[in-house]
Ligand binder design. Structure first.
Ligand code: CA
Length: 339
């Protein structure tokens, strides 16, 4: 009998710009090893949907062919691709609309949605706004809890700019903030820290480099491209946001301090910067226990799964909300798995 980490009434959706900074891929590995049911949407996509192709291949290597991967909207802007040649290109040019997937969310109006935002908020804004204006709204706004990595308030490496995820689509960010959705921002103030930096001499990198697992080898190659082309280190921004979400949904059991939050009033500039003011409000991260977080990352990647729970289920064993509760969604997911 497989231990269930999520209530069957919850669906976790990870929205990621994987393929740029490798911290997204680490977050996906942690998700794959800890979370029985989830779906992945890509965001800030390329016209060839390479993010979705990369995530699909990576999840297959992680032993999770059951997880649907839906390509998000193609956007312009500056990107930092660091996964060149790491995954086979798509088999064909077929585009599977994630909008159809979201339509499936209306099948079970009681289902809570946990949204893990690892990239720009384009898709999240689209989901919320589409439902509000739909002929038969599915009440997505009221049943979604968002934990989004993004924003900065007190400190940033370049105070003249907004944090990357907000800067990439400030209109979407503003829509989400104003929507009234249950929103938690894991700020760059908390994640831009040397304590959670990965570089060639760090323990996490060495752990992965010593592994013969195909997923770990891919992750190392991904890090190597990032180090060679973009920066000499990468911080675990998105995994920290995931840690906060899983902890609050009690996927991670145990006691101790995790991520501390406060309710923050602020104003949002047109470019996505969060400054002093009272127009907006969100729950934001203020501190965390970095040593405990890094130990969770290390232990989960080392074990290839959460401690005490082996990833033994097969696709046939899935009986959760994605696979069983909604027939329409089920049919759609079958199509998506062919992607
Ligand atoms: Ca990201």
């Amino acid at each position: 009998m497989t231990t269930r980490y999520h209530d069957s009434r919850e669906l976790l959706i990870a929205c990621t710009d994987a393929g740029d900074d490798p911290d997204d891929a680490v977050a996906l590995a942690l998700l794959a090893f800890t979370t029985p049911e989830f779906a992945v949407l890509t965001t800030d996509e390329y016209s060839d949907y390479r993010r979705a192709a990369f995530v699909r291949y990576f999840l297959d290597l992680l032993g999770r062919p059951d997880v649907p991967v839906i390509p998000g909207e193609v956007t312009g802007g500056r990107k930092h691709w660091a996964a060149e040649g790491l995954a086979p290109s798509r088999r064909d040019g077929r585009r599977v609309g994630w909008q159809s997937f979201l339509t499936g969310l209306s099948v079970d109006p009681e289902q809570r949605l946990l949204w893990a935002g690892f990239g720009p908020m384009t898709e999240l804004a689209w989901m919320l706004s589409s439902d509000v204006t739909a002929q038969s709204p599915a009440g997505v706004l009221d049943r979604t809890k968002v934990v989004q990595m993004g924003g900065w308030y007190r400190t940033y490496r370049d105070p003249s700019r907004a944090e990357h995820n907000l800067r990439a689509d400030p209109r979407a960010a503003r829509y989400v903030v104003d929507s009234g959705v249950d929103l938690t921002l894991v700020l760059s103030d908390t994640t831009w820290r040397t304590e959670i930096a990965v570089h060639r001499d760090s323990e996490i990198y060495r752990l992965l480099a010593a592994s013969t697992e195909p997923w770990a080898r891919l992750l190392v190659a991904h890090y190597d491209q990032w180090f060679q082309v973009w920066h000499s280190s990468s911080r675990l921004h998105d995994p920290l946001a995931l840690w906060a979400l899983l902890r609050e949904s009690e996927t991670i059991k145990g006691s101790g301090r995790y991520v501390d939050f406060e309710q923050l009033d602020f104003r949002m500039e047109a470019d996505g910067r969060m400054v002093s003011g009272t127009e907006c409000s969100a729950r934001v991260s203020v501190a965390t226990d970095y040593a405990a977080f890094m130990e969770w990352v290390r232990a989960t990647l080392s074990a290839g799964g959460p401690l005490g729970w082996a990833l033994t289920r097969s696709v046939e064993e899935v009986t959760g909300p994605i696979a069983a509760d909604a027939l329409a969604l089920n049919e759609l997911l079958t199509k998506l798995r062919e992607y």
